[in-house]
Design a protein around this ligand. Structure first.
Ligand code: ADP
Ligand code: ZN
Length: 811
C-alpha cells in the first residue's frame, strides 16, 4: 500500500504538493508538522504537512520527503484552519500565508545562510551527531544549508542544526544582522560556593572584620535575588568597592542577563483602578451581550475610559488562565498604552512587533504556542493575529476603525479586524471592538444586532468634550487675517493657551516643508521621474522627495523649465508649519512629530515623554498625533486644514474625515479643563464638519448609509479590487481591455479598469478595477470565477509580465 502526503510549501504557489511517504511515516505524520521536502532543482524546503492519504497525484511522479522535523505539530488544527481561511478568503496562496505567519527561523530552506561562531570546546552534552558536525564545521563563517549538507553528507541536518543553535554554536544570518541587539543587565546572585548554611555563616563571621563589606553583604542578603547591580550600588548601605571585592572573592556572582525591552517583573504590584459607574455599566452590558453574541462593539467617546474597561476584562481572562490578544493599529505609537498595560499585567504581557528581530518574534511565537502558557496577554499590531494561540479567551481590537489593520501592500492582504473575528469564533473567544468612531460597516452590524452595542457617551470623570469651532479660511484670506498659514483667530487661541501654561497640538496632515514647488512664471511643478506625483519640498536637506518611492533630488531655485528664479512653495507641510509657529511664538518650546522626526529608535517615545512632562508647549504633527495619546494639559487642538480630507476621491473619504477630525479633537481636554478645537477650512458649512462639531456620530452614520446605499458601496455590497501593473502603458491597456471583457462576462457589477489617482508608481503604470458583489451572492463562487479568469489571463503570452494583485475588501 502506498501513502502520500500533501504539503504546503512556504512559497507563493497556489497549489499544494504531494509527496510519497512510507507507511511508518504515514503513522507518525500529523497535519501541522514541519516536513523537509525536495523541490525544484536540488532544493529543499521546510513544508507544512496537511494531509496523509492514498491517492497518487495524476499530473506528476511524486518524490519522497527528506525528513520530518517535528514530533508534534507546530500548527494546531485551529491555527491551520485559520490560515486556510485567510488564504481562501483573501485569495492568497496558503504557502505564502504560512510564510507570513511562521517565524523564518522555523522555515529553513536550502538557501538559508547559517553563521558559525567561535568555540574552543565542544560540549559533551551534545548528541554524537551534533559533535561530529561541529568537528567538521569551519568556525566564524557563513554557509548555506546546501553547503553544510555537502560538507557532512547528512541528508537531514535540521534536527542537528536545531540542537546547535540553542547553545549558540550557530545562528541564522538573518538573526546576526537583525538590527535589534538584546538588552542585557548585570545582576548579582549568591555565589554557588555560599549555598550551604555553614558556608554562609562562616563567611558572615569572616566579613564582620570589615564593616563595609559586611554591611554590603547583609544588604544583599535582605534583597530578593537576582539583584540588579545598577540599582543595588545606589543603596546607602552598599559600598561599590566592597561589592567588587565580594565578587572577586566568589562570595557573590555577577552575571549578564538578557532582558526584554520591558524589564522583567515578577508580579504586578499595582491593582486596577475601580471603574466609574458608567464604566461599570458598560462593562456589565458587554458581559451580558457576550452571553448571546460573539462580538460586541464598544462605542465610547474619546476619553471615556475604554482602556480601563479593557483592562478589567483582560484581568478576568488572565485570572481564568486564558490567553488574550490585544490588537492596536500601530505598535510603534502605543508607548503610553504599553506602559499602562505593563504596570498592571507585568510578566503576563508579551509585545509582538514586526520590527523585532526574528529570534525575538520566534520566542513570542513559541510562548503563545505552548499549551501550558496560560494567562498570557499579547499586545500587537496586525500580524499578531497570526500567532498560534492555544487557549484564547478574549480579543480586543482597539481603535477598530483604523485602516492600518488592513494589509494592503503585500499578500496576504488580510484585514486583522475581520480575521480576528474569525479567529475568535474558532477559539470560542469573546471579541470586543473599541472605538470612538466606528467604521460604517461595524456600526451597521451592531445596529442590526449581529454584534452587541455598548455606548459610552461621556468622558471619564465628567471631563467636558472640547468645544469645536471653525475658522472660515476664505473670509480670513479676504480680510487679510492670515499670517502665513495660520489665521489670526488660531494664533490668538494659541497665545491664550500658552499664557495659561497649557499645551497645544497642531495638526497638519502632510509632512515635509511644502507639498510642491511651483514656478511663478511657467507654473512648472517638479515631478517624480518614476511616479505620477509632484515632489515634496523638504527644507532640512533642501531637497525634493517623492513620498511614494523615496526618490530624492536636490532642490534648485531656478526653474528647470524656464529658468526663472522665483519658485513658489504651495501647500503646507509640517516642516514649514513648524517654522511659521517658531516665528510667531519665539518663546514657546515647539516640537514636531511626523515620520521624518520619528525614524530613529525611541524618537517617538522620547517626544511623547517630553510632551507628557510638559517640556514642550506646542506639538506639531501629522496623523501620528491623532492616535490614542492621552495628555493632561492639552487644552487647544488646531487643525490647519480640514479640506483635503473632505475632497479625497474615495467613497470612504467622509468617513475618514469624520474619524480623523474627531480623533484629533479628542486629544484635547482629557482631564477636567475646558478645552477648544479650532479647525481651519474653506467649507465651514460642510455637513461632515457639522457632525464632527456636534459629536453626532449617529446622524453622520445615517447620512453615510444613505449615500453608500445609493451608490452601491459597502456595507451594501462586497468589493474585490483587481490591480494590474506594467512598465509599458500599451501592454497594460491591452491587458485592461482583456480583463474588462472577462470581468463583465462574469460579474454584473464592475468598475474600470481605470487608472487610480496616482497612475504610475516606481515606473509601473497602474489600472484598478472594482468588482462589486451583492451581499446575497455566494462569495466563494465569485472568488472561484475570478480565480479561473485570472488563471486564463496569466496564460496569455503578452501578459506574462503584467503583475496582477487581488485585494479582497480593499480599504
Ligand atoms: P479612551 O481610551 O476611551 O480614549 P482612556 O481609557 O484613555 O480613554 O481614559 C481617559 C482618561 O481617564 C485616562 O487618563 C485614564 O487614566 C482616566 N481614567 C479612565 N478610567 C479611569 C478610572 N476608572 N479611574 C481613574 N482614571 C481613569
Ligand atoms: Zn516616486
Amino acid at each position: 500500500m502506498h501513502f502520500f502526503l500533501d504539503v504546503a510549501l512556504p512559497l507563493p504557489l497556489k497549489d499544494t504538493f504531494t509527496y510519497v511517504i512510507t507507511s511508518a511515516e504515514a503513522k507518525c505524520i500529523q497535519p501541522g508538522m514541519r516536513i523537509i521536502v525536495p523541490f525544484g532543482k536540488r532544493k529543499q524546503y521546510t513544508a507544512i504537512a496537511l494531509k496523509v492519504h492514498q491517492n497518487p497525484p495524476k499530473a506528476y511522479e511524486p518524490k519522497h520527503i527528506e525528513g520530518i522535523i517535528d514530533r508534534s505539530p507546530v500548527l494546531s488544527t485551529i491555527q491551520l484552519s485559520f490560515l486556510q481561511w485567510i488564504s481562501s478568503y483573501y485569495q492568497a496562496p496558503l504557502g505564502l500565508v504560512i510564510r507570513t505567519a511562521l517565524p523564518t527561523v522555523m522555515l529553513l530552506e536550502s538557501e538559508t545562510e547559517i553563521v558559525t561562531h567561535h568555540w574552543d570546546t565542544i560540549s559533551a552534552e551534545l548528541t554524537k551527531g551534533a559533535r561530529l558536525l561541529l568537528d567538521q564545521l569551519p568556525q566564524n563563517s557563513v554557509l548555506t544549508l546546501t553547503q553544510i549538507q555537502q560538507l557532512i553528507l547528512v541528508k537531514n541536518p535540521y534536527p542537528i542544526l536545531k540542537e546547535l543553535a540553542k547553545p549558540g554554536y550557530i545562528s541564522l544570518k538573518e538573526e546576526v544582522y537583525a538590527q535589534y541587539k538584546p538588552k542585557t543587565q548585570s545582576e548579582i546572585i549568591l555565589h554557588p560556593n555560599m549555598n550551604s548554611d555553614n558556608a554562609l555563616k562562616s563567611k558572615l563571621y569572616e566579613l564582620s572584620a570589615n564593616a563595609k563589606q559586611h554591611k554590603t553583604f547583609l544588604t544583599f542578603l535582605q534583597q530578593r535575588a537576582p539583584v540588579v547591580v545598577s540599582e543595588f550600588s545606589k543603596l546607602e548601605t552598599v559600598s561599590p568597592s566592597s561589592l567588587k571585592t565580594l565578587i572577586k572573592h566568589q562570595v557573590l556572582l555577577k552575571q549578564e542577563r538578557i532582558i526584554d525591552r520591558l524589564p522583567a517583573k515578577t508580579a504586578s504590584d499595582e491593582v486596577l483602578l475601580p471603574l466609574s459607574l458608567s464604566q461599570e455599566e458598560a462593562k456589565n452590558s458587554i458581559d451580558e451581550f457576550w452571553k448571546s453574541k460573539e462580538i460586541t462593539l464598544l462605542h465610547g467617546v474619546t476619553g471615556s475610559g475604554k482602556t480601563e474597561i479593557y483592562m478589567h476584562l483582560i484581568s478576568e481572562q488572565l485570572a481564568a488562565g486564558k490567553q488574550v490578544l490585544f490588537l492596536v493599529p500601530e505598535i510603534g505609537l502605543t508607548t503610553q498604552l504599553m506602559q499602562r498595560l505593563y504596570r498592571f499585567f507585568g510578566q503576563h504581557l508579551a509585545v509582538y512587533h514586526s520590527k523585532y528581530s526574528p529570534t525575538e518574534r520566534a520566542e513570542t511565537w513559541e510562548k503563545v504556542n505552548t499549551t501550558n502558557s496560560k494567562s498570557l496577554l499579547v499586545l500587537g499590531a496586525r500580524s499578531a493575529v497570526l500567532l498560534p494561540f492555544q487557549d484564547l479567551g478574549l480579543i480586543i481590537i482597539d481603535e477598530s476603525h483604523e485602516t492600518s489593520y488592513k494589509q494592503y501592500d503585500a499578500a496576504p492582504r488580510y484585514h486583522a479586524r475581520d480575521a480576528a473575528m474569525v479567529l475568535g469564533r474558532m477559539h470560542n473567544a469573546k471579541v470586543l471592538l473599541g472605538t470612538a468612531t466606528p467604521s460604517i460597516e461595524s456600526y451597521r452590524h451592531a445596529k442590526n444586532e449581529k454584534y452587541g452595542l455598548v455606548s459610552l457617551t461621556t468622558r471619564f470623570n465628567k471631563a467636558k468634550m472640547p468645544e469645536i469651532s471653525f475658522v472660515d479660511l476664505s473670509k480670513a484670506y479676504q480680510k487679510k487675517q492670515m499670517n502665513g498659514h495660520l489665521a489670526q483667530e488660531l494664533i490668538a487661541a494659541v497665545g491664550q493657551t500658552l499664557d495659561a501654561h497649557k499645551q497645544v497640538l497642531l495638526f497638519q496632515n502632510r509632512r515635509g516643508y511644502a507639498s510642491f514647488v511651483e514656478c511663478s512664471q511657467c507654473a512648472h511643478v517638479p515631478q517624480c521621474q518614476s511616479c505620477d506625483v509632484s515632489l515634496t519640498y523638504h527644507q532640512v536637506n533642501n531637497e525634493l522627495r517623492c513620498h511614494y518611492c523615496g526618490y530624492v533630488e536636490p532642490y534648485t531655485p531656478a526653474c528647470v523649465a524656464c529658468g526663472t528664479i522665483t519658485p513658489q512653495t504651495q501647500g503646507l507641510g509640517t516642516q514649514q508649519l513648524e517654522e511659521e509657529v517658531r516665528q510667531l511664538f519665539p518663546l514657546a518650546r515647539v516640537a514636531r512629530m511626523d515620520l521624518d522626526t520619528t525614524r530613529k529608535k525611541n524618537a517617538h517615545k522620547n517626544l511623547i515623554t517630553a510632551f507628557a512632562r510638559h517640556e514642550i508647549d506646542i506639538l506639531i504633527g501629522t496623523q501620528m498625533i491623532t492616535k490614542g495619546l492621552d495628555f493632561e494639559h492639552v487644552t487647544l487642538v488646531g487643525v490647519l486644514s480640514a479640506d483635503n480630507f473632505l475632497h479625497f476621491p474615495d467613497f470612504r473619504a467622509h468617513e475618514r474625515a469624520f474619524q480623523v477630525l474627531t480623533q484629533v479633537a479628542g486629544r484635547a481636554g482629557r482631564v477636567g479643563d475646558s478645552s477648544k478645537v479650532l479647525i481651519q477650512t474653506f467649507q465651514p458649512k460642510h455637513p461632515v464638519l457639522k457632525y464632527v462639531q456636534e459629536y453626532d456620530y449617529l446622524s453622520f452614520y445615517e447620512q453615510q448609509l444613505i449615500q453608500r446605499d445609493q451608490f452601491a458601496y459597502p456595507p451594501f455590497v462586497r468589493m474585490i479590487r483587481i490591480e494590474l501593473r506594467h512598465k509599458n502603458m500599451a501592454t497594460l491597456l491591452q491587458a485592461g481591455d482583456w480583463l474588462k471583457k472577462g470581468l463583465h462576462e462574469r460579474f454584473s457589477f464592475v468598475l474600470g479598469p481605470a487608472p487610480p489617482p496616482v497612475g504610475r508608481i516606481r515606473n509601473y503604470f497602474i489600472l484598478y478595477s472594482l468588482i462589486k458583489l451583492p451581499l446575497d451572492a455566494s462569495q466563494t463562487s465569485a472568488k472561484e470565477r475570478l480565480e479561473k479568469l485570472l488563471e486564463s489571463f496569466a496564460q496569455v503570452g503578452v501578459f506574462k509580465q503584467v503583475k496582477v494583485v487581488t485585494d479582497v475588501d480593499p480599504q
